[in-house]
Design a protein around this ligand. Structure first.
Ligand code: NAD
Length: 702
């Protein structure tokens, strides 16, 4: 007998219940149990209808991701779903919780569906670079029609129970006891003599317009899901649902599904997905270290970052005290927070009373002593070492014993800041990204003396405020900004060689970066990076062309979007970037003055220079132990720097290109470009020569 699926009789109704905590994943054991139960019900005269129900948090929540690595074990999805659909008596599914992917594909192989209010139903495969592979592409268009099925599968977004009802995906929505309602429905069907209603026997509504509809979706996908193949494959599968008999369509879906699973895109998404599960595994941090309790938070600095960070905690229901130096700064900071919330309210994503609740959790003050009961204090004042030291000395004096002292510095040496306190074990970097209330990434910077339970607490905090927390060690720029440095350096150097900003950004955006780096500088403020380079001038190359375009723009006061011009102009009515011939002429004149030969690098060269420089720096970070895993770097880039997820992050991407190819290119650049910047990282060299990869290197160490 299966341990995770059981059958019980409610009069003439057989109730098949899946009970596989935590979320009733459609694992091998669950499939085997379903097979066993449905086989045992076959041909039983005493069974007039069947209810497929679940125990615990949710109906079948999805397929088993682990089987991507092992291959699907017997019995396969199709065999089990076919068995359910073939039932000679009606099968009613009782849906609740999150019914996704394989879970929903099982539900639509049943004959009828009742959903609890609040159920979410979706086929999110596209967000993992794959397609529904358990009949979803064939059954969903038959069940709800072509256009709604395309919307659902191409967006990957779940439907609410009410939306599912409107589309005919579920037969009824109930407020409580969904299993009871499904049993009642099964009884009615049996009493009315209604038989099975098999999805596979239906035809696709809207199929007469399928050719145009699918062609239009291809055009749209080429724009909104650039460089991706899985949307096209999905459309091929849906075309088959229209053109082919069900069984042939299923066979076609299966071959397409196998193909996308093996393709780089699918592997890239899974790499990031599984990588996120590893983030809490930190060398020297035993899994049983207990985190500290964080029930009250203090923030120093009510500026751009402090305000956004405050919102993160208030959103999680945690009270926040914000300190600044003047009432005007506090007022400005709080007004910005309110404006951000009001925008969410006007968009309908937040209720007005929720906004008031959250605002009520944020207490502004000029008095540092008000931080004396905070469990965690995050400093977010100007990026200035002397100021940060002064503040940490103050915090050391007011914070309660055991309070965690975090800094949001982007570039400063946190060990040096920690040394200002008598409790360096409680000091940690908490590097949020702008806008902090929106961006997913949190770099957690473990200093030389940070205590293990402080790191664990930071990882927990990330979870509480729904961020992806990645641990890094102290160095200039940590993981993300340190790799940005050589990336930006090459972009700027390409500008000096005669590429226009639009050509540089275009090359990077065609690759899939959310925004080209020069446009990013315009958005963040051109002066920000420039000022950090001025502060670190003694550590930087004595190369007059190094980040020269940014320096020139800063000198002209063209500081990016905030001044209406920077690498681009922003004075068109829609405030979109447009090329700035004056800026381009200024760069050209400077190149001439500095004797930089004009050669217009190709799009491919721009991409290779920027990305390979970034990857090489990533290899250094791994060797230095700043990043624990190559996948950590990939997660930083995919969640904080707009690196395309379908390419899996820079280190995964490097593996797909081949480390030898990258290594050879770097040697070539050493000959053809400025050799001081093109030293292959020893780890890259070693792996390239051994025919190895970052993935293999990581696997051997963990
Ligand atoms: P900001 O200028 O918007 O805000 C700084 C705030 O700190 C101001 O309100 C200022 O009045 C306040 N402040 C200054 N001295 C203070 C003191 N002694 N006590 C209390 N408050 C004081 O700056 P920001 O952009 O929010 O940056 C803050 C920190 O976050 C910096 O370390 C920066 O490097 C880092 N950071 C910024 C970004 C970004 O994109 N803006 C991203 C990541 C990290």
């Amino acid at each position: 007998m299966s341990e995770v699926v059981r059958v019980s009789m409610q009069g003439e109704i057989a109730v098949v219940t899946v009970d596989s905590p935590p979320v009733n994943t459609l694992s091998r054991d669950v499939r085997a149990g379903l097979k066993e139960c449905f086989e045992s019900l076959r041909g039983r005269a005493d069974v007039k209808a069947v209810v497929l129900a679940c125990a615990g948090k949710t109906f079948l929540s999805g397929g088993d991701m682990r089987e991507f690595e092992t291959g699907v074990q017997e019995p396969g999805y199709h065999e089990v779903l076919r068995l359910i659909e073939d039932s000679a008596v009606p099968v009613v599914a009782a849906l609740y919780g999150t019914v996704m992917g394989g879970g929903l594909e099982t539900a639509i192989a049943c004959h009828y569906r009742i959903a609890l209010d609040g159920t979410r139903l979706g086929l999110p495969e596209i967000t993992l670079g794959i397609i529904p592979g358990a009949g979803g592409t064939q059954r969903m268009p038959r069940l709800i029609g072509l256009e709604p099925a395309l919307d659902m599968m191409l967006s990957g977004k779940p439907l609410t129970a009410a939306q599912a009802k409107d589309l005919g995906l579920v037969d009824a929505v109930v407020a409580d006891d969904v299993t009871g309602a499904a049993i009642a429905h099964a009884r009615e069907l049996a009493a009315a003599g209604k038989g099975p209603r098999r999805t596979r026997e239906r035809s696709v509504a809207g199929s007469e317009k399928a050719a145009e509809a699918i062609a239009a979706r291809r055009v749209q996908a080429a724009k909104t899901m650039r460089n991706r193949n899985s949307p096209n494959v999905l459309l091929d599968a849906v075309q088959a649902a229209v053109d082919k008999p069900f069984d042939e369509g299923i066979a076609f879906e299966r071959s397409l599904s196998n193909e996308v699973e093996r393709a780089v895109e699918g592997r890239a998404f899974r790499h990031l997905f599984f990588g996120e599960r590893d983030l809490r595994r930190i060398p020297g941090l035993p899994a049983d270290v207990k985190a500290r309790k964080v029930a009250k938070v203090g923030i120093v600095g009510a500026g751009t970052m402090g305000g956004g960070i405050g919102m993160c905690f208030a959103n999680a229901g945690i009270p926040v005290t914000i300190v600044d130096t003047a009432q005007a700064n506090l007022d400005r900071g709080l007004a910005t927070i309110r404006k951000n919330y009001e925008r969410s309210v006007s968009r309908g994503s937040l209720k007005p009373e929720q906004m008031e609740q959250r605002l009520a959790l944020i207490a502004p003050t000029l008095d540092y002593a008000a931080l004396n009961d905070a469990d965690l204090i995050v400093e977010a004042v100007f990026e200035n070492m002397a100021l940060k030291k002064e503040i940490f000395a103050k915090l050391d004096a007011v914070a309660k014993p055991g309070a965690i002292l975090g800094t949001n510095t982007s570039t400063l040496d946190i060990d040096e800041i920690a040394a200002e306190t008598k409790r360096p074990q409680d000091v940690i970097g908490l590097h949020f990204f702008s806008p902090a209330n929106v961006m997913q990434l949190l770099e957690i910077v473990q200093c030389a003396k940070t205590a293990p339970d402080v790191v664990m607490t930071a990882l927990d905090i990330a979870k509480t405020i729904r961020k992806v927390g990645v641990v890094a060690k102290v160095c200039y720029g940590f993981i993300g900004n340190r790799m940005m440095d050589p990336y930006g350096r090459e972009a700027e150097r390409c500008v000096m060689e005669g590429a226009t900003p639009a050509e540089v950004d275009g090359a990077l955006e065609d690759f899939g970066m959310a925004m080209g780096i020069l446009a990013v500088y315009d958005m963040a403020g051109i002066d920000i990076g420039h000022l950090t380079r001025v502060a670190r001038a003694h550590l930087l190359p004595k190369d007059p062309t190094f980040y020269r375009p940014t320096a020139l723009l800063t000198e002209r006061g063209w500081l990016g979007q905030k001044s209406g011009r920077g690498y681009y102009r922003y004075d068109s009515p829609d405030r979109k970037r447009t090329p700035d011939p004056e800026a381009i002429a200024m760069f050209a004149a400077e190149a001439q003055r500095l004797g930089v030969p004009q050669r217009k690098p190709s799009q491919q060269e721009i991409r290779e220079r920027c990305l390979y420089a970034m990857i090489n720096e990533g290899a250094l970070l791994l060797e230095e132990g700043i990043a624990v895993r190559a996948s950590d770097i990939d997660i930083v880039y995919a969640s904080g720097y707009g690196f395309p997820r379908y390419r899996g992050g820079p280190m995964f991407y490097a593996d797909t290109v081949g480390l030898k190819v990258i290594y050879d290119k770097i040697l070539e650049f050493r000959k053809t470009l400025d050799p001081q910047y093109w030293q292959p990282a020893p780890l890259l060299e070693k792996l390239a020569k051994a025919g190895s990869s970052f993935a293999q290197w990581q696997a051997e160490r963990t």
